[in-house]
Design a protein around this ligand. Structure first.
Ligand code: MN
Length: 262
């Protein structure tokens, strides 16, 4: 049998072991405090995360510790499959997504400063064009990650949801035009740090929830409640997002990691 020592994959593994490639966790911890989306009336919200202990080396199981867990598909750091939205209803359920499409380069567009000034700020086509001028075109088969700095509020629900006096959440998102622009590109989907891929006030946009509408309509995916995006370069890292294979699922909690070469 031929030696594998010189193959790309073995070299990759060597680099992961010696830390010249770092593996970054882009996932929020799942617990009963994990923030979940809160929709305006008359929409019904998802369940949050719950855990019930079955046994912990006790009379219910002397040798083992395990729990039952329950949550909505869209709880914590999670994956939106195209069928999640009515515009994508003829596309894939979460279990049908080709696994190759769970891995892609990450293109990280930084709009943090703009979101600090205006929590309702939405990514524009100009922001994407400025990114492309600086870093080259958005790569094919890539995840477009929108870095807003919102993950800094993961432990502070008040700031994370930022509900104003008008009763609406004020969190960043993507404009209708920029979503259409991205939906036409050869990308896997869009990832964000907020609780959903659309802005807090996106129910009021001319096309409500445009990121969901246009991305899922174009058979593309969403990632929400990401963290550690500040640890990624603008381009060149590899993102791996593995949702559960829930039959006919609309999405799934997901563990997202990125490979970053130092
Ligand atoms: Mn979702």
């Amino acid at each position: 049998m031929e030696t594998l020592k010189s193959t790309t994959l073995v070299n990759l593994m060597d680099k992961i072991i010696d830390h010249s490639i770092e593996v970054i966790d882009l996932t929020q911890v799942l617990n009963e405090d994990t923030p979940i989306i809160s929709l305006p009336d008359p929409f019904v919200d998802t369940n949050g995360f719950e855990m019930d202990q079955i046994s912990k080396y006790d009379n219910n199981g002397l040798f083992f510790y395990w729990n039952n867990i329950s949550m909505g598909e869209h709880c914590g750091t999670h994956f939106d499959a195209p069928v999640h939205w009515v515009s994508g209803k003829n596309h894939q359920h979460v279990d049908e997504i080709p696994v190759k499409k769970l891995i892609g380069e990450a293109c990280v567009i930084d709009i943090k400063e703009k979101c600090e000034k205006d929590p309702d700020y939405c990514l524009t086509i100009t922001d994407i064009e400025v990114f492309e001028e600086k870093h080259g075109e958005i790569s094919r088969h890539s995840w477009v990650l929108i870095y807003t700095g919102w993950a800094e509020y993961n432990d502070d629900h008040k700031k994370f949801f930022n509900v104003g006096e008008d009763g609406q959440p004020h969190t960043p998102g993507i404009t209708v035009e920029a979503t259409k622009f991205l939906a036409n590109k050869n990308i896997l989907g869009v990832g964000v740090e907020t609780v959903g891929t659309d802005a807090g006030i996106a129910a009021t946009f001319e096309t409500p929830f445009p990121c969901h509408h246009f991305m899922h309509g174009a058979n593309k995916y969403g990632l929400a409640s990401l963290t550690n995006l500040d640890k990624l370069p603008p381009k060149g890292s590899i993102l791996i997002a593995n949702p559960l294979k829930i039959e006919k699922g609309s999405g799934s909690p997901v563990r997202v990691v990125a490979l970053v070469e130092k």
